[in-house]
Design a protein around this ligand. Structure first.
Ligand SMILES: [Zn+2]
Length: 106
């Protein structure tokens, strides 16, 4: 299938959504077989947010380092984003566990 050609048509969003859905399905299956769980989080703002103190540090894509003026954390912007994504996933997992516990205690 010519995915690149289709990506310029109005069908593009549906194709991307279907591909994303299929990717998540495969990932969930693989994770389950390995005894792991997939948590989907929004990556919005993860490279701008300080992974140490939460301060928003605006930076252009060309700026590869995260330097926080508040807590002076300095690390690679991708590592900063990865830490934020892990935190969001951990938070979502904690919320899920809390919700399951409250349902079983009723
Ligand atoms: Zn900070």
């Amino acid at each position: 299938m010519n995915i690149k050609g289709l990506s310029r048509t109005p069908l593009a969003k549906s194709i991307y959504d279907a591909a994303w859905g299929q990717f998540l399905s495969i990932l969930r299956n693989k994770a389950e077989n390995a005894g792991l769980k997939v948590i989907v989080v929004s990556a919005n703002g993860t490279s701008q947010e300080c992974s140490n103190c939460g301060h928003k540090v605006k930076k252009p894509l060309s700026q590869r380092m995260h330097n926080c003026p508040v807590c002076h954390t300095s690390l690679c912007r991708d590592l900063n984003a990865a830490i934020n994504i892990r935190k969001r996933g951990t938070h979502a997992l904690y919320k899920q566990a809390q919700s399951m516990l409250s349902k079983t205690s009723r």
